[in-house]
Design a protein around this ligand. Structure first.
Ligand SMILES: Nc1ncnc2c1ncn2[C@@H]1O[C@H](COP(=O)(O)OP(=O)(O)O)[C@@H](O)[C@H]1O
Ligand code: SF4
Ligand SMILES: [Mg+2]
Length: 383
């Protein structure tokens, strides 16, 4: 059974897709590859990634620590560290019928693109505030760095946004960062990201450093803001509960590639890639017996020396010698708006159906996706 809110989200999603039309895509990523130069060789952190981001949607990038989520998100706004290079691919940004080739933009064009078109809040940014400047000054500096000089207008916008993220501007604006809690700083970061009214917001692990109750509040706040302002959200999380609650679609990454992409309900209840299936089985729900949780055996591959064939084959229970060990599968269509890079996805489907039948349920996760434990499903470090 789908819960009411899941049904509602599915209907909203169908309406969103129907309304997309030809110009519904705001960002198209094609064949994107990023390598870090390391002493041992090139680290293939992002490999041949393709996806489209649709106007107004929320897309979650999930996967174990080190699978390339941050590198991919950072490459989209070209803020990679010096030893990283975008070796291949294209990132096209679409607005008002015009297309911008992001990787070809010069420095000035890139400054405009970041914040005004696409704002990113980095992993660990909670500690990145300048400690000697008040929050008001941080809003002014950000606005002025992007050509907004009218102080009264900056003050008006900052106050308006702080109220939207449920903070009291009179309390927060004169404060220094250390005077605010982690949850308050995360809200301020969100307001700062919205200051120049970008079409796309990228958030990297927005709740990782926060306690469970604060995480809950931030997720509710983000859902409220999305409804009110309609921006497009791409967020990175190893917290599957967060993905379940905040995403319309989910992309699973493994060893630098997107290996499954689909609507959130399908990814959680009808995954077709053995790795996504493994992540779901390793995720506790409020109703599950913890002893039923199964972690994924083995560890992710060395990104300098990847195995031949499917990169998941050394860990895969569905692996077949020959095909899996020699040919890396492309993303195959496995359902409506659902793709997975697995040669033997029908076997995964059959196994899940058998499991559901044995449990007497119609879903892989007995609890609704919303009830996945907010505290426990940390993929990070789970090898
Ligand atoms: N500065 C760096 N130098 C060399 N390799 C790096 C660097 N940063 C990340 N990597 C490599 O890229 C891979 C992907 O990292 P990252 O994008 O941070 O993953 P995630 O965000 O999924 O945890 C890591 O496994 C690591 O090996
Ligand atoms: S292609 Fe083969 S090894 Fe790769 S996920 Fe599918 S079954 Fe497993
Ligand atoms: Mg990361």
């Amino acid at each position: 059974m789908q819960t009411r809110s899941q049904q509602q989200r599915r209907q909203d999603r169908d309406a969103q897709v129907a309304a997309r039309g030809a110009d519904g895509v705001v960002l198209s990523v094609r064949g994107l590859s990023v390598e870090y130069r390391a002493r041992r060789g090139g680290v293939k952190a992002v490999r041949n990634v393709d996806f489209d981001l649709y106007k107004g949607e929320s897309l979650a990038l999930i996967g174990e620590s080190g699978c390339g989520k941050t590198t991919l998100a950072t490459a989209l706004v070209r803020l990679l560290v010096r030893m990283a290079t975008i070796s291949e691919g294209e990132v096209l940004y679409h607005r008002d019928g015009k297309t911008v080739d992001v990787l070809a933009l010069n420095e000035g064009g890139m400054r405009h693109f970041r914040w005004k078109e696409c704002a990113m809040v980095f992993q660990g940014a909670l500690n990145a505030f300048n400690p000697v400047l008040t929050i008001a000054r941080q809003f002014q500096d950000t606005a002025q760095a992007h050509g907004l000089d009218d102080k009264a207008e900056i003050d008006r916008r900052s106050r308006d946004l702080l109220r939207k993220v449920q903070l009291d501007p009179d309390r927060v604006l004169p404060s220094y960062p250390f005077e605010l809690s982690g949850g308050m700083r995360q809200r301020v970061l969100m307001a700062l990201a919205l200051l120049l009214e970008p079409q796309i917001i990228i958030l990297d692990e927005p709740t990782t450093a926060l306690d469970i109750l604060t995480q809950r509040n931030i997720i509710d706040m983000l859902n409220g803001l999305r409804k009110e302002l309609g921006f497009t959200l791409l967020f990175v999380s190893h917290d599957l509960a967060m993905a379940a609650e905040l995403a319309d679609r989910v992309a699973t990454m493994y060893a630098g590639r997107i290996i499954e992409l689909g609507d959130v309900y399908d990814i959680f209840n009808a995954p077709r890639h053995p790795y996504t299936y493994g992540l779901m089985k390793a995720t506790p729900t409020l109703h599950d017996d913890a002893s039923e949780m199964v972690s994924i055996e083995g560890s992710p591959p060395d990104l300098i020396d990847l195995p031949p064939g499917c990169k998941f084959h050394p860990r895969c229970a569905f692996m077949e010698e020959g095909k899996c060990t020699t040919e890396d599968p492309p993303l195959l269509e496995v359902g409506k708006r659902h793709t997975a890079a697995c040669w033997f996805w029908p076997k995964v489907e059959a196994t899940i159906e058998e499991e559901k039948a044995a449990k007497g349920v119609s879903r892989l996760n007995e609890a609704p996706a919303e009830q996945l434990q907010a505290s426990a499903p940390q993929v990070e470090g789970r090898a």
